[in-house]
Design a protein around this ligand. Sequence first.
Ligand SMILES: Cc1cc2nc3c(=O)[nH]c(=O)nc-3n(C[C@H](O)[C@H](O)[C@H](O)COP(=O)(O)O)c2cc1C
Length: 252
Amino acid sequence: MVDPNHPTPASPVPAGLQAALAGACGFSDEQLPDPLPAEPFSTLAEWLALASSGRTQPNPNAMTLATVGPDGQPSARIVLARGVDVSRGVVTFYTNYQSHKGRDIEANPRVALCFHWDQLDRQIRVEGLVARCPAMESDVYFRARPALSRVAAWASDQSQPVPSRQALLDKNDATERRFGIGPGSPAKSDMLVPRPPHWGGYRVYASAVELWRGHTHRLHDRARYERTLTPAEVDGTAGYIGGPWRATRLQP
Ligand SMILES: Cc1cc2nc3c(=O)[nH]c(=O)nc-3n(C[C@H](O)[C@H](O)[C@H](O)COP(=O)(O)O)c2cc1C
């Protein structure tokens, strides 16, 4: 029986984890410009460039992508931003269209992104609607990828079960042979790995963006931008045109 005056102590937390959870979260005294910039995407491009120039983070273009399944279940994972279109307010990433995220997006195009640059005390949140990149844009990006990454895009049915690690490696080897890649294969044959039809880019058309700068004593500075999106043909494919941005400063 549990005595309410002496609850069972929680299981002991290892010292290393305790230190991580207690982590002193120090912030500098930076803040957003006042008045706020008229639109948020120039700042997104600027902060990405800053994070990349400092070389303090191996993947400064890493962002959390949150999707929602047909049953309403949210799901989040990291992907890499591969394009930022400042004038359209678009962030592009590449993936397998039949993956968990791909299936979520095809059922519900509403997504959220979150960039976090720890060394810079900065975060950017994006909410919006997704549309596939024009096929030609995905082709150009796919061609620029290393040959073995292109093979892996064929070999991996992303997010599907596999009986063992070895089974996946065997499947990858067989795919390399199919495309004539590997020891003894003719030079340049890797040029022949085309983009799989189930692999390509997604454009996130932002309807809301939040810029965040950390500040001492938790007096962080936040600005939320919103705009409406209207369906339109963009670059020959379905996309959105964004209306004017409205900016609001938020309490931390
Ligand atoms: C740093 C980092 C970068 C990643 N970049 C991508 C990416 O650009 N595209 C992608 O499909 N998966 C990327 N992944 C893997 C995803 O996080 C995820 O495991 C995968 O896409 C399957 O997700 P899903 O099953 O939710 O669709 C990356 C993972 C990490 C840690």
